[in-house]
Design a protein. Sequence first.
Length: 94
Amino acid sequence: MALLGEADIDRELDGLDGWRREPPDSIARDFEFPDFAAALAFVGRVGEAAEQANHHPDILLHGWNKVRLTYSTHSEGGLTAADFAQAARVSQLV
């Protein structure tokens, strides 16, 4: 999978609500839920989607109701189309 250039990254981010660039080579989004159980359930859904796509985010469950997802294609050393595809997919899981 090819690394995306800066213009491609900017274009992809414009189409993803709530996602931001995390320098040097990642995108991230924070999610907030009404309680710990809802946050944990979301993490489970993200995990299922990651396994189906064989593309896994870094997941941080913090506080009692917050989840941060971070995507980067580590094997390529930066951002690829797979990162943005998974970001779009998990955004629909909220």
